[in-house]
Design a protein around this ligand. Structure first.
Ligand SMILES: Nc1nc2c(ncn2[C@@H]2O[C@H](COP(=O)(O)OP(=O)(O)O[C@H]3O[C@H](CO)[C@@H](O)[C@H](O)[C@@H]3O)[C@@H](O)[C@H]2O)c(=O)[nH]1
Length: 368
């Protein structure tokens, strides 16, 4: 049951921050540098991943949503979320810390007590009541000064995610699913991932952080004091963004803040038992579309009338308007767009990013 503070305007001191960067090269040719994953509908819901992210946050924050994105994507973000209250536009990509840090510096000026909750723009989440409840718990712990993350129970020894080593339950806050974080471990190799899974002591880091804006900047100040100065300068004088942005170190929030703060005992994790998927490649996309598989086992994203399947399993993304026919293929991945066609298998889905590198290396950047 959502608590009373979830209705109408949501949690009054909470603002959602959505860093929307990256190009999702493992989803080429659907996702391109100029039109990354978050701008696409990957679930067949009619809403893009960015729109769905905003939709699911609305009950928590009303219209207090801040998207941080690159100049190249600003117009598309505005077009997809016309009601967006705050759009912070980065002159260049500096990874997630400067993006989230700038949002924190802007919010801190508006309200010294402000809490921010940062979520990727391109993830899929189920069980919305549970999601809202756990974010609510995270906010209550964040008000007490914790950097709070939401941790997902791992289902397989993934090597593409960071892991969170969970400590004892937090003896504070009206937040029964909160625990101390002993450590963050960024993207382990397969063997360590297996050990983590078997131990039961680890959760996946889903890139969700809930924290008071001032606390985030204070934690960042311990590692990157100059970055905090610059972010506060930009927040105070937005006209200086262009001049100052390029001086910021490109670093992920995990390395800049989460890992050192965990070592200092400042981080809590809320166990989050909702479905979560970062739709990292076409194998994940096929899993995500499982329920829409035809009776032979083929999933279609796009117009189903444009796909004729005879005895094939896997996934077809039909985005060119052409008819796609699959005949007798197992676990195939077909992605048909106006100017590029990808044919591979679910098993090789991770290697699609190498194709993008190959296209770059052979002078065909216009396709990436
Ligand atoms: N605005 C902006 N956002 C950025 C930038 N770089 C990254 N981001 C955003 O920051 C978030 C995380 O960046 P990724 O590059 O997608 O991170 P990752 O390698 O997948 O790893 C992180 O996320 C995983 C979960 O998806 C975690 O498992 C892992 O530990 C880590 O937190 C995403 O929302 C991404 O859009 C940037 O330059 N600008």
């Amino acid at each position: 049951m959502p608590s009373a503070e979830h209705v109408v305007d949501g949690i009054p001191d909470l603002t959602a921050v959505i860093p929307a960067g990256g190009s999702g090269t493992r989803l080429w040719p659907l996702s391109r540098a100029g039109s990354p994953k978050f701008l696409h509908d990957l679930t067949g819901s009619g809403r893009t991943l960015l729109q769905a992210t905003v939709d699911r946050l609305r009950p928590l924050v009303g219209d207090r949503v801040m998207v941080v994105t690159g100049r190249r994507h600003a117009d598309a973000v505005r077009a997809q979320v016309p009601e967006l209250r705050d759009l912070l536009v980065e002159p260049s990509a500096r990874d997630s810390m400067p993006a989230i840090g700038l949002a924190a510096a802007v919010l801190e000026r508006r309200d010294p007590q402000a809490v921010l909750a940062s979520f990727a723009a391109d993830h899929v989440i189920g069980d919305l009541d549970v999601f809202h409840d756990r974010v609510g718990q995270a906010v209550r712990a964040a008000r007490e000064g914790w950097l709070v993350t939401l941790g997902i129970s791992p289902t397989h020894p993934a090597t593409g995610f960071g892991y969170i080593r969970v400590g004892p339950r937090l003896q504070t806050a009206d937040s029964p699913d909160s625990h101390h974080v002993r450590a963050f471990v960024e993207k382990p190799d397969a063997e360590r991932a297996r050990t983590y899974l078997e131990s039961g002591d680890y959760l996946w880091n889903a890139g969700m952080f809930v924290v008071r804006a001032t606390v985030l900047l204070e934690l960042l100040d311990q590692q990157h004091p100059r970055m905090v100065e610059v972010l506060r300068e930009i927040a105070a004088a937005p006209a200086r963004l262009e001049e100052l942005w390029g001086t910021l170190t490109a670093v992920a929030i995990d390395h800049a803040v989460a890992e050192p703060a965990a070592a200092a005992g400042r981080v809590a994790v809320v166990k989050a038992p909702f479905d979560w998927d970062d739709v990292g490649d076409f194998a994940s996309l096929a899993d995500l579309l499982e329920d829409s598989a035809d009776d032979q086992g083929l999933r279609v994203l796009g117009d189903p009338d444009k796909v004729v399947n005879v005895g094939s399993t896997g996934v077809v993304v039909a985005r060119s308007g052409r008819t796609v026919v699959t005949l007798g293929l197992d676990d195939v991945v077909v992605v048909d767009t106006a100017d590029a066609l990808l044919v591979t298998t679910r098993e090789r889905a991770q290697e699609v990013r190498n194709v993008v590198a190959l296209l770059h290396g052979t002078g065909r950047e216009e396709l990436t």
